[in-house]
Design a protein around this ligand. Structure first.
Ligand SMILES: Cc1cc2nc3c(=O)[nH]c(=O)nc-3n(C[C@H](O)[C@H](O)[C@H](O)COP(=O)(O)O)c2cc1C
Length: 207
């Protein structure tokens, strides 16, 4: 998608911060990318570390009448109101942070609320990722990338990819010049409909 295409449509971005420290490298990198979004596209930033969100309880097959509490409802609304959701998570043990993972676990609950239109509201939207990691070799973040791609595929969303940058101490990611350069155009990336690998393989077999 080009920047013009981003501008043309009625987009709004939700940035979900999932580090366990404030002003970390993932957030710095995400803000560097967000600076280059057109100014008329609304941005909302939510810091999961500032919200008291308990561990997700899987009541999908029990609590038909369960009502979400205030924090959960704020997050659910912010999620469905955005056309673009940006998961901003440090790389923790080659995957998403617990805060971010917990937030995504809630998506399962929201999918299963009776009468929920969560899947319909999310379908057609776009999922993005931003991650900072200590490693110089960013392919070690492939697990996180796969997790986000497959989550987008499950929900019929587009996937814009994951912006990666190296940093350990807060602020160190600014010295990753390649990452800071990529940040400038990250939101101009192509955003294909996310697919599971077996879907591509099945198509190749038929062709
Ligand atoms: C619990 C924990 C797990 C981590 N796991 C990894 C890892 O698997 N690979 C890696 O390269 N860096 C790892 N790191 C380093 C962080 O990814 C790095 O410090 C990053 O800059 C943190 O992002 P933040 O500043 O946005 O919090 C880990 C750090 C912590 C605290």
């Amino acid at each position: 998608m080009t920047l013009d295409a981003v501008r043309d449509t009625d987009r709004s971005f939700l940035f979900v911060l999932g580090s366990s420290r404030a002003d970390g490298n993932s957030e710095i990198l995400a803000r560097a990318a967000a600076e280059h979004l057109p100014s008329d596209i609304p941005q909302r930033w939510v810091d999961l570390n500032q919200l008291s969100l308990p561990d997700f309880q899987d009541g999908r097959h029990e609590d038909a009448g369960r009502q979400p509490d205030e924090v959960e409802e704020l997050l659910r609304r912010a999620t469905v109101d955005a056309t673009d959701v940006v998961i901003v998570s440090p790389l923790y043990w080659y995957s998403l942070s617990a805060q971010t993972k917990r937030y995504l676990d809630y998506w399962s609950g929201w999918l299963n609320v009776p009468g929920s239109d969560f899947k319909e509201r999310m379908a057609g939207g776009t999922l993005w990722g931003v991650t900072a990691l200590a490693h110089e070799e960013h392919e070690v973040a492939d697990g996180l990338v796969t997790s986000l791609n497959h989550s987008a595929a499950y929900l019929g969303m587009h996937f814009g990819g994951v912006l990666t940058g190296t940093g350990s101490r807060p602020g160190r990611v600014r010295a990753d010049e390649q990452a800071m350069t990529r940040a400038k155009t990250f939101f101009q990336n192509e955003t294909p409909l996310a697919r599971f690998p077996y879907e591509d393989e099945a198509e190749t077999a038929v062709a």
